[in-house]
Every structure is written in structure tokens, then in C-alpha cells.
Design a protein around this ligand. Structure first.
Ligand code: S3P
Length: 427
């Protein structure tokens, strides 16, 4: 599906952000691990989270939709087989977290995915799981992965990168392993696994960038998923850069390990306000009001990177409207996402007239720029690139045609109607 994004006269009104992808994945996985019955409210209907639901069904869980995004998961019969084939689709989170889950089960599991997922690095989870005693077959450290699982040994592991997927993988293996498993990260990455496992009564303790877990039985409980700040990011940036905008983005998860974008936008001088902050299932939630803003450039590096890693493509669009040079450093892992997000972003933004320089671990953007648009751009099967390019189109002089826009369905199938509902068109 090719779509056109064109100049907007302003974003007005309010938008309710759909469910958080990271938290949705974990809610279904951990519900399956309770071995009991749990309900999940506001589960993401993005294709990645549906992959996770299909996997827990394959593991023996019964999954019923009892409302539009309301699930009932009965996990009484999970892990009864000795061989599983688990289709992770496009989802890196499913592949990496289920690797940890399956490594500690007496079974042979084959985890496979689509073309893009089959190119992504899996060494980062294979190495620690092998240290714990799991046996792997793999395609040069890429999927398909065949895991011969069984009883594991606990490890004390320092991850080479701040990655919630790697950390979660090891913690999930540790959850079913006698003794204490310890993970230390160079910087703190998103902590949804730790929070939700704690909520479900696991023996898990976090102190800064160190987390320790002991073998635990999870208690079945009902779970509620908040809105995804990574989806809200497209509206936050659009609200700040499109002239005459004033929008409220409702039900956004504000877990401090995810709010790097808020912090950076405030440093850039964005007109942003948080309304009605509350706590739901051990996660902070609130509404965000954004108005058109006068922005200045900043340098984005170090500890904040894992707290906004998925938002960097749309932050690049924000940077085009900030006075000065915005520099992004320490973000080399962006090259290992659904696409090489540094190379692809630079290539496509240049087509619409952005002055952007590619570096090995990020990019530099000169602002403030007038974007010409009038181009056909590609999203490389990458949902976040597609939506970032759409936001760029809202401030281009001439329309932008985005090819294969259907990839947004991976995380945010409702993106286009929600954006069109708040955007005022020219004439
Ligand atoms: C995720 C962690 C991040 C993020 C991804 C979702 C998660 O990846 O980019 O979209 O749910 O744990 P890394 O942990 O590899 O940085």
C-alpha cells in the first residue's frame, strides 16, 4: 500500500494511543508462564504481539478474545510437548525473550521468523544462554534457532550492550533455574520485564543497572497494558513541528526507562505538559499535551540512548526543525533494528531535502530546514521508518509518497486514521 503524506495546517484535539508493544508481549508471555488463568486488558493488535499470542497457543495456552483488546489466557496446559516450532514473524522481542523461556524447558524448540528477522543478530542471546548450559543450532548466529533446552545453571553476566531484550532473555531463563541469576548492563534499558515479574510475585531485585532473579513460581493475575510512548512519539513530534498545533495524547506509558524522548524534547525547548499522572499495574501512565514549539538543537548520547532507541528516527524529523546541529551518538545498535535505521533514515530523509550526515553510531542534522518533499520514499519493511517519514511529510512543501506503508501494522495498525483525525489539511 503506497500512501501520500502532505502538509498539515495543524494538529488539534486528542488522540488515545494504542497499547504498548513491549508490555503487551510480556503480558502474554508471563501469563503463559503462570500456568493459570489471567485476563489482559488493552492488548496490542499489532502483528508482532499477535506473533507472541500464536506462540503461546503453540505452547499449549488457550487464548480467547473476550473484548476487542481484552484477552483471557488459560495456561493450565502449557509446556506439555517435547518439540515446538515457534513462528516469531517480524518480532525480535518474541525471538529473544522466547529463547530465554524455552532454554530452560525440557524440549527442542525451533524459533524462526521472516526475512528481516532472519538477518538480525542473535549472538547476544545465544552466548549467555550457552553459558547457562543451553544447546543451540543456528545459522551463523542468526535464525532459525534450534534450542535444546533443559535444566540450566545460574550465571553472573555483564551484557556488552544496554538491551532490554538481552536482559529479559537471561532473566526469563533465570526464572526457571535454581540459584541466583544476575545481569549487569552498561546503562539501564527498559525495565518492563522486571516490573511485571515483580507484580506477578517473582523473586527479582533491581539496583540501578543490576538485576538478580531466583527461580520463582508466578501468581496468575489480571494485567492491563498502557499506551505506547514509542507510538505517542510520532504525535509528540508532529505536534511540536507542525505550525498551529495543540494536541493531547492520552494514556501514554511514562515508565522512566522509556521517557528519553520527553526529556530530550524538553531540553530542545518543546512546549510539552504532562497531565493526570497515575500508576497502572506498576507502570506510570499519563496524558501528554504538545503545542507547536520553537526548538533548539541538542546532542543525544550515552545513558539516554536506550531510553529512546526506538524514537530516534522520528527525533531526526524533530531535529530538522531545531536551530543548530543536533547530533546523535552511541546509537550503533540502530543498525540492527528492523532495518539499518541509520543508513535507511539518512537515504530517505535526503530524498525529501533533509541535510543529514551519517556517522558510524548515529547522525547529525543541521536545522532549521525547509523540507521540499516531492519524492517517493521507501520504508524497508520497517514500521518506525514508515511513520517517521509520514510525520516528515506533514511539514514538507510538496507531498511525499511512502511505499509499502502497510508495514506500520507491525506496531501501530491504527496510525493513519488516528493521525488523519487530528491533522487539519490545507484547503
Ligand atoms: C524492546 C527492546 C528494544 C527495542 C525493541 C523492543 C523490548 O530492543 O528496540 O523495539 O520490548 O524489550 P533492544 O533490547 O534490542 O535494544
Amino acid at each position: 500500500m503506497n500512501i501520500i503524506s502532505e502538509k498539515s495546517k495543524g494538529l488539534r484535539g486528542s488522540v488515545t494511543i494504542p497499547s504498548d508493544k513491549s508490555i503487551s508481549h510480556r503480558s502474554a508471555m508471563f501469563a503463559a508462564l503462570t500456568g493459570g488463568v489471567c485476563e489482559i486488558e488493552n492488548y496490542s493488535l499489532g502483528a508482532d504481539c499477535i506473533s507472541t499470542l500464536n506462540i503461546i497457543k503453540e505452547l499449549g495456552a488457550q487464548v480467547d478474545f473476550i473484548g476487542e483488546k481484552h484477552l483471557k489466557i488459560n495456561a493450565v496446559d502449557v509446556f506439555k510437548k517435547d518439540r515446538y516450532k515457534l513462528d516469531c514473524g517480524n518480532s525480535g522481542t518474541s525471538m529473544r525473550l522466547f529463547s530465554g523461556i524455552m532454554a530452560s524447558r525440557e524440549a527442542e524448540s525451533t524459533l524462526f521468523g521472516d526475512e528481516s528477522l532472519s538477518k538480525r543478530p542473535m549472538k547476544r542471546v545465544i552466548l549467555p544462554l550457552e553459558l547457562m548450559g543451553a544447546k543451540f543450532k543456528h545459522n551463523d548466529y542468526k535464525a532459525p534457532l534450534i534450542i535444546q533446552g533443559g535444566e540450566l545453571f545460574p550465571i553472573d553476566y555483564k551484557t556488552p550492550m544496554a538491551s532490554a531484550q538481552v536482559k529479559s532473555c537471561i532473566l526469563l531463563a533465570g526464572l526457571n533455574t535454581a540459584g541466583e541469576t544476575k545481569v549487569t548492563e552498561p546503562y539501564v534499558s527498559r525495565d518492563h520485564t522486571e516490573r511485571m515479574l515483580k507484580y506477578l510475585d517473582a523473586d527479582i531485585v533491581t539496583d540501578g543497572n543490576v538485576t538478580k532473579i531466583r527461580k520463582s513460581k508466578l501468581t496468575p493475575k489480571n494485567l492491563k497494558v498502557c499506551g505506547d510512548i514509542s507510538s505517542a512519539a510520532f504525535f509528540m513530534v508532529a505536534g511540536a513541528v507542525v505550525p498551529d498545533s495543540d494536541i493531547i495524547i492520552q494514556n501514554v506509558g511514562l515508565n522512566p526507562t522509556r521517557t528519553g524522548i520527553l526529556e530530550i524534547m524538553l531540553r530542545m525547548g518543546a512546549d510539552i505538559e504532562i497531565l493526570d499522572k497515575r500508576l497502572e499495574c506498576n507502570e506510570e501512565v499519563g496524558d501528554i499535551r504538545v503545542k507547536t514549539s520553537e526548538l533548539k538543537a541538542v546532542t543525544i548520547e550515552g545513558a539516554v540512548i536506550p531510553r529512546l532507541i526506538d524514537e530516534l528516527p522520528v527525533i531526526a524529523v524533530l531535529a530538522t526543525q531545531a536551530e543548530g546541529t543536533t547530533i546523535v551518538k552511541d546509537a550503533q545498535d540502530l543498525r540492527n533494528k528492523e532495518s539499518d535505521r541509520i543508513k535507511c533514515l539518512v537515504t530517505e530523509l535526503r530524498k525529501i531535502g533533509v541535510d543529514i550526515e551519517e556517522t558510524q553510531d548515529g547522525f547529525a542534522i543541521e536545522g532549521k530546514q525547509n523540507l521540499k518533499g516531492a519524492a517517493e520514499v521507501e520504508c524497508y519493511h520497517d514500521h518506525r521508518l514508515a511513520m517517521s517519514l509520514y510525520v516528515a511529510g506533514l511539514i514538507c512543501e510538496k507531498p511525499v509518497c511512502i511505499n509499502e506503508f502497510q508495514w506500520v501494522d507491525i506496531s501501530f495498525p491504527e496510525f493513519l486514521p488516528l493521525m488523519q483525525a487530528v491533522s487539519v489539511k490545507l484547503n
